[in-house]
Design a protein around this ligand. Structure first.
Ligand code: PNW
Length: 478
């Protein structure tokens, strides 16, 4: 900074967790090793036309073989916590039946390596990689999938519950339901909005049954949560009632559809009405809402960018620019009357606008929605077009600015009374960005996909300083 008096450093509570996140299919590779069978993401990525350049997670960043070095790197970066996911089909190849020990052993070794370095593991049970056999039996629109998930949760909870305290049942059920079954840009690539609504309910049920199963097999000290990516929805004209109604509809379809039953034991009435042309919700059986409404120990929030909407011009039936990938099929059921707009400001490589005020707003919203419930930011980060310099170093000042802005927003929310316990940067390292393949780099650590060499970008060094000091360095300080 060019002022004579240094800016007051943005400092965090001493117990604040400085973490980074990944997911199994995006980093592990080794897809056919030690008994693992295909998940819907193996099938989808191997289907021509589904991912950029036909890229797959077959090798990814080879974390399955390099986990020891990767954990050592995390320790070098002063990480206090690491969030990873378990590949269901490594543990239960057909999605049912007894566990494969070799599959569980990988996660046990990973966790022990983390604990030896003083890094707290946070386990996500489901980050989108449903065993293919369960999709063949109907997938998430099929009720049985929720019961299969609970069985799998008990297996992993039993295996790792003595050494992992942080548990996340589902990652972003919105993406599983609506990108997977409505727009079809994610696996399994179906485009049936009514099935997507059923999938959302069965994901909620899976969360509830899974949370119950975890409780029954794990020490009481462990924390059970899930990670939601509910949108921060803003009306284009804040005082226009039609735009406000559009924003409420999208808020129900991204937030209320999950936090309604999970936090309050009910779906929003407005959601049931808005979707009545597609379904009568008769798949919600007696007792389901009680099962879904399990006590939680924390809530994970994933945030990237806000969503800007207006009432649609009824004559305009063109494709919707909603930042959720290229498909003629909308991920938003029964929302033809809503138009999506590019949010103002600078954009990342994903075309997502950079807006830290949205993260503050999101935290304060859940502070009201779930008073007293500890919150974690379980994902936040940005893709930029990173390239090594001639000397091999990688400079990503945009990502440093993004992280500084968003962590400052987290700090403001804490000052404003929110109980935010930690932050997981998405992502530890560059990886398989789903339908976008390897082109979009979210990592704080650069990965050369030819040599698999890892190089911390300047953002990783900046974040390592923040984690060490419990305070944000000036963005230009690295
Ligand atoms: C999240 N959207 O995905 C996931 O949890 C990560 O696995 C992923 O790599 C990361 O964010 C970056 O994309 C999302 O279309 C994918 O709104 C798509 C959307 C949101 C989150």
């Amino acid at each position: 900074s060019d002022s004579a008096t240094p800016a007051t450093p943005v400092t965090f509570p001493p117990a604040f967790l400085w973490g980074a996140a990944t997911s199994a299919y995006q980093i592990e590779g080794a897809v056919r090793e030690d008994g693992r069978t295909p998940s819907i993401w193996d099938t989808f990525s191997h289907t021509p036309g589904k991912t950029a350049g036909g890229e797959t997670g077959d090798i990814a960043v080879d974390h399955y073989h390099r986990y020891r070095d990767d954990v050592a790197m995390m320790a070098d970066l002063n990480l206090g916590a690491y969030r990873f996911s378990v590949s269901w089909s490594r543990v239960q190849p057909t999605g049912r039946g007894p566990a494969v020990q070799r599959g569980l052993d990988f996660y046990r070794k990973l966790v022990d390596e983390l604990l030896a370095k003083g890094i707290k593991p946070a386990v996500t049970l489901y980050h989108w990689d449903l065993p293919q056999e369960l999709e063949d039996a109907g997938g998430w629109p099929e009720r049985d999938t929720a019961y299969r998930f609970a069985e799998y949760a008990a297996i992993v909870g039993e295996a790792l519950g003595d050494r992992v305290e942080q548990w996340i049942t589902l990652n972003e059920p919105w993406c599983s339901a609506f990108l997977g079954y409505a727009s079809g840009v994610h696996a399994p690539g179906r485009t049936d909005p009514a099935a997507a609504l059923k999938a959302a309910h069965h994901l909620n049920l899976a969360h509830g049954l899974g949370a119950k199963a975890l409780r029954s097999v794990m020490p009481a000290r462990n924390q059970i949560s899930l990670s939601l990516n509910t949108s921060v929805v803003r009306p284009l004209s804040p005082s226009d009632p039609a735009d406000q109604a559009a924003a409420r509809k999208i808020d129900d379809l991204s937030g209320g559809i999950f936090h309604g039953p999970i936090l309050h034991g009910a779906y929003p009435e407005t959601l049931l009405e808005a979707t009545s042309s597609l379904t009568d919700w008769s798949f919600v059986l007696d007792g389901d809402l009680d099962l879904i409404h399990q006590p939680l120990d924390a809530l994970g929030l994933n945030y990237y960018t806000p969503t800007l909407v207006s009432a649609a011009d009824p004559d305009d039936k063109g494709p919707r620019a909603d930042g959720h990938g290229a498909s003629e099929h909308s991920p938003w059921p029964a929302a033809d009357d809503v138009a999506f707009h590019q949010s103002p400001g600078e954009q990342t490589e994903m075309g997502w606008s950079v807006d830290p005020t949205g993260l503050h707003e999101l935290i304060m919203r859940y502070n009201r929605e779930a008073p007293g419930l500890p919150l974690y930011i379980t994902e936040n980060g940005a893709a930029y077009d990173d390239k090594p310099d001639a000397d091999g170093t990688v400079h990503d000042p945009e990502r440093v600015a993004y992280l500084h802005g968003h962590l400052s927003a987290v700090r403001r929310a804490i000052t404003d009374g929110a109980d935010v316990r930690g932050y997981y940067l998405w992502s530890l390292m560059d990886n398989f960005e789903w339908a976008y393949g390897y082109d979009k780099r979210f990592g704080a650590v650069y990965v050369d996909y030819v040599t698999q060499q890892r190089t911390p970008k300047s953002s990783a060094l900046w974040y390592a300083r923040a984690a060490k000091d419990g305070a944000l360095p000036e963005p230009e300080g690295i």
